[in-house]
Design a protein around this ligand. Structure first.
Ligand SMILES: [Zn+2]
Length: 396
């Protein structure tokens, strides 16, 4: 069990759109400073000033309230190598705050509790017997209490992610797999829990986790492709997760990839869902073999040389390469993160994916870096926790 010697008092959390009283630029730059220290710390003021294109004096001014509130701390004196005298590095204390992230699916709630760097301390799953908002709210409340006790920490905020469209005010505009329309999930949960809550589209939450705690530590621009029950697509440009009115509609899920492929439920031939989603791959192989086959079995069968399974996975791998090429060509990023339970396809058929990717790229274009995130289902819940961290840990 963790014991906490000192927990700095956190600034009052603000919901999206609530910090209108302050100039946006100031909030943005303080957030950026905190983000840089969180993801790169311990780090010197000189390096931060260069990264943020600020003078050391401006940076010191910007950081002072964060230091005063205990969100940032100063480390011991170290030789910086650039200013000729020892300097104190800035860091974020790992015991600054703890967050719960919950991924809502059609039949379960998957939850984790993390520290402020989105490191998972404990996890739990709760079956969802019914899809009402009351059942989801009660389940999330139960998990939050359970995980806080399990990890021995006081939870500072909760992030919730689900497949669907979520408005900036935390109202779930549309979540087809829950049969929800206009459910004010954020305010329902905040009233119940008495904690700040953020609700976000699940793919966007995963992109946000990558931005602060994954690919974003090395590059400012990258795309995320998730493969699982469906196919998701998200984008970060210049350290900003792209969110638009169409986020959550799942527009990346029906991108045409193979004119000879099977049909998806919406009638597209060879779209990304038809070619790549786990249900579609299992259905194709099950139909060919005349018996039910799950995803793990499908991969095993292909590896053992079963021709039907191998053909389906070969076509899927080629389609994944085409999708990565399309994403990088059209959005001009050259780093792609693959996430979701279906990324096992990449490990199994990497050569096929990369050949199709190369065929779809201009030889003059920058080489594409493909990073594979964890296929563990807890990644989705960790993404939800990351959104809570981003929204609640630093915004003043
Ligand atoms: Zn489709």
């Amino acid at each position: 069990m963790n014991t906490v010697a000192h927990t700095p008092s956190l600034p009052a959390p603000s919901r999206p759109g609530e910090n209108r009283g302050q100039p946006e630029a100031l909030a943005e730059s303080a957030l950026e400073l905190a983000r840089l220290v969180l993801v790169r710390g311990p780090i010197s003021r000189g390096e931060l000033a260069r990264e943020m294109k600020l003078s050391i004096a401006s940076l010191t001014r910007l950081g002072k309230p964060l230091l005063d509130s205990g969100l940032l701390i100063e480390g011991p004196l170290v030789a910086d190598g650039t200013v000729g005298r020892p300097v104190r590095l800035l860091d974020v204390p790992n015991n600054a705050a703890w967050f719960v992230g919950v991924k809502v699916t059609g039949d379960s709630l998957q939850a984790v509790v993390t520290d402020i760097r989105a490191t998972i301390l404990a996890e739990a799953v709760l079956p969802l017997p019914e899809k009402s908002s009351a059942a989801v709210v009660a389940g999330i409340a139960q998990l939050t209490e359970q995980l806080g006790a399990q990890a021995g920490v006081a939870v500072a905020g909760v992030g919730v992610s689900l497949g669907g469209q979520v408005r900036p005010d935390g109202v779930v505009h549309r979540a087809p797999f829950l049969d929800w329309k206009n459910v004010p999930l954020q305010s329902l949960l905040q009233d119940w829990l008495g904690l700040p809550v953020v609700v976000e589209n699940d793919v966007t939450a995963l992109v946000a986790a990558e931005q602060w705690f994954g690919a974003g530590r090395e590059v400012p621009d990258f795309a995320v492709i998730t493969v699982g029950a469906g196919v998701g697509y998200g984008l970060t440009i210049r350290n900003h997760v792209i969110r638009t009115v169409d986020t959550g509609l799942g527009l990346g899920g029906h991108f045409p990839l193979d004119p000879n492929g099977p049909l998806c439920a919406e009638g597209h031939r060879g779209c990304s869902t038809a070619m790549l989603s786990i249900p579609s791959i299992c259905l194709q192989i099950s139909a060919a073999l005349g018996r039910p086959v799950d995803y793990g079995q499908a991969l095993d069968l292909a590896a053992e040389g079963n021709r039907a399974a191998a053909a389906v996975l070969e076509a899927a791998a080629k389609s994944l390469g085409i999708l990565i090429a399309a994403a990088t060509n059209l959005t001009m990023v050259n780093t792609v993160v693959l996430g979701g339970e279906g990324v096992a396809l990449f490990a199994a058929k990497e050569a096929t994916v990369l050949a199709a990717l190369a065929a779809g790229r201009d030889p003059e274009a920058a080489p594409v870096k493909v990073r594979v995130a964890s296929a563990d289902f807890t990644e989705w819940a960790r993404g939800a926790a990351a959104v809570a961290i981003q929204a609640q840990a630093f915004i003043r």
